[in-house]
Write a protein that binds this ligand. Structure first.
Ligand code: TK8
Length: 339
């Protein structure tokens, strides 16, 4: 039944794109624009939202009159998991989502969630812009999703409202919200915390109402979503690097004329360059902004950092069969070759 609904809605979307204007005289009746809605979980200030807006503006400027692209923020069209499912089904056209909550769809994506895998921005770029990124994109396509670009969410940092966290021992008893992803859950358990998965849009309220003590997200998100209003401590743990991936319904994309596809892919690359540069600048600038907002920022010494790394090591062996040992090794090799 689900399949039939998916097929019907996909055909409806395709039909809309292919037969816009119907049999009417093209000169007399203005061509009906194809509507493309893009879902963002983050708010309007976040580089990912800004980049989807940039993509929309570029595409509409280069293909005037053909597309009506509408960009939504704050999970108005659903959180990462639900919005991505809607894009697969064809009831929504596009989403910019974290890769982590899509682990159920494509277990290989979980390679990116392995803690302390990426040592730098450069290493992340090498992996996502190289063979690994291409492989993940190729494997997502049969699931109905086409990756237009890898934006970045960035290196995730721990925040909480209880006390300063400098070691895994400090995490004992802390209730930490995680993304809906088994590696994140396992890693925080291994660190001694009490992890609870939850959709992103519920996190602020959960912290405010103290149903959770903390969460982890990159600096731009912590600052722009005003998490400092409900969190006192941030530890620069940098435990996971996460991309934000820009996805479009694959059948819809393939139904577009080749020239339009080219414009969309080029606009995606342009928006990604802007997105990563902006996100990286904010990641460094906003550390001080968080201090100004009254947060205690904890920078770990190499020895303290190592204690976190050691504690999560078992997670690698725990998940290597699910992800694929060779796949993990190929990522590690790419990273090792980054100068
Ligand atoms: C926004 C999410 C968010 C992610 C999370 O939709 O859930 O914590 O970091 O950026 O993708």
């Amino acid at each position: 039944m689900k399949k039939i609904i998916a097929l019907v809605s996909a055909l409806a979307v395709l039909g809309g794109a292919a037969f816009a204007g119907g049999k009417q005289d093209a000169a007399a009746a203005p061509q009906k624009k194809t509507v493309i809605k893009i879902s963002n979980g983050v708010n309007e200030l976040h580089p990912t939202y800004l980049a989807t807006k940039k993509w929309a503006d570029l595409v509409m400027a280069k293909l005037p009159g053909k597309y009506d692209i509408q960009v939504y923020a704050n999970a108005q069209l659903g959180d990462d998991v639900r919005a991505t499912e809607a894009v697969r089904m064809g009831s929504l056209e596009m989403v910019a989502t974290s890769a982590s909550p899509l682990a159920g769809l494509l277990p290989q994506l979980m390679a990116l969630d392995l803690p302390f895998l990426f040592p730098s921005d450069k290493a992340a770029d090498a992996v996502l812009d190289g063979k690994v990124g291409q492989k993940l994109a190729a494997d997502l396509e049969p699931k109905g999703l086409k990756i237009l670009a890898y934006y970045e969410n960035g290196f995730r940092q721990l925040t909480n409202s209880a006390h300063e966290v400098k070691s895994p021992e400090d995490l004992k008893g802390l209730k930490i919200r995680t993304m809906e992803n088994p590696i994140h859950l396992a890693a925080w358990k291994a660190l001694g915390a009490n992890p609870t998965p939850m959709p992103f849009s519920e996190v602020f309220t959960a912290m405010q109402q103290k149903t959770i003590d903390g969460q982890e997200n990159p600096i731009p998100t912590i600052y722009l979503q005003k998490f400092y209003e409900v969190q006192k401590f941030v530890t620069l743990s940098g435990h996971v690097y996460g991309p934000h991936i820009l996805l479009i319904n694959a059948k819809l994309f393939n139904s577009f004329p080749a020239e339009d596809q080219k414009v969309m892919l080029e606009a995606a690359q342009e928006s990604a360059l802007f997105q990563r540069a902006t996100n990286r600048k904010m990641s460094s600038d906003y550390v001080d902004s968080l201090r100004k907002e009254g947060m205690t920022v904890t920078v770990l010494t190499p020895a303290q950092q190592k204690a976190f790394q050691d504690a999560v090591k078992p997670v690698y062996t725990q998940f290597e069969d699910k992800i694929g040992k060779d796949f993990i090794a190929s990522i590690q090799e790419t990273i090792a070759n980054v100068k």
